[in-house]
Ligand binder design. Structure first.
Ligand code: ZN
Length: 222
């Protein structure tokens, strides 16, 4: 009996395991025809569609002002952490048939999180899974997702231009990470379900170390 429950637990994914996917993800599955017994749309689905249409429009505006080629090198976003300290958990199983859509970068609560790219702050929000999160749109329209933040950088605004020197927030364990040690969940997304080119990208192979001393006290290099 115990083995049965264990098997069922593994199949369903233990609810205790933290799962993180894009918060408030784009609705609809236009690329995959819905099954015939598709449930009725959830309440609020229309509002979600509307909100998404607005975000999508804004993303197109930012795209016009950014290089077309996506970044091939992503400087480490969490202050003081080295790339080799990150354990690759991209695609690892998570509760409810999900997989881990990103990398977890562990650091003490309150450690500064910097943008890994140039771009625009696309969305600042609060989700059940991601907790306090910031999305940055970078070159080529890639969306960089910084989740479980303890708090945002003071004065951070949607639409703000960012560089890899821009502070976005601080490491925490908000959202479904509240039972885990503080970490940054770093996710990268491209394309759209509408245009059938939606992709979840593993950031780890693109990540590079940065010279934290130079960033923290730039005066030293002058
Ligand atoms: Zn994660």
């Amino acid at each position: 009996m115990r083995a049965l429950w264990l098997t069922l637990g593994l199949l369903w994914g233990f609810p205790a395991l933290a799962q993180t996917a894009e918060s408030d993800a784009e609705p609809g599955r236009i690329c995959n025809p819905p099954p015939l017994n598709r449930p009725a749309p959830r309440p609020g689905a229309e509002r979600q569609e509307e909100r998404w249409a607005q975000y999508w429009k804004r993303l197109q505006d930012y795209l016009q002002r950014l290089p077309k080629e996506p970044d091939t090198r992503l400087p480490m976003p969490v202050q003081g952490v080295r790339v080799r300290q990150v354990t690759d958990t991209f695609g690892a199983p998570r509760a409810g048939w999900r997989v881990h859509e990103g990398q977890d970068i562990f650091a003490p609560r309150g450690t500064p999180v910097y943008s890994a790219t140039h771009g625009f702050v696309w969305r600042i929000g609060h989700g059940q899974r991601g907790g306090l999160y910031v999305f940055v749109v970078g070159p080529g329209g890639r969306r960089y997702y910084y989740a479980h933040l303890d708090r945002y950088a003071p004065g951070l605004k949607e639409g703000q231009r960012v560089t890899p020197q821009t502070l976005l927030g601080y490491v925490g364990n908000t959202g479904n990470a509240r039972t885990t040690p503080p970490h940054l969940h770093f996710g990268v997304y491209s394309g759209s379900r509408r245009t059938c080119d939606y992709r979840v990208i593993n950031p780890l192979p693109l990540m590079v170390d940065r010279d934290w001393k130079a960033l923290i006290s730039p005066a030293r290099n002058r």
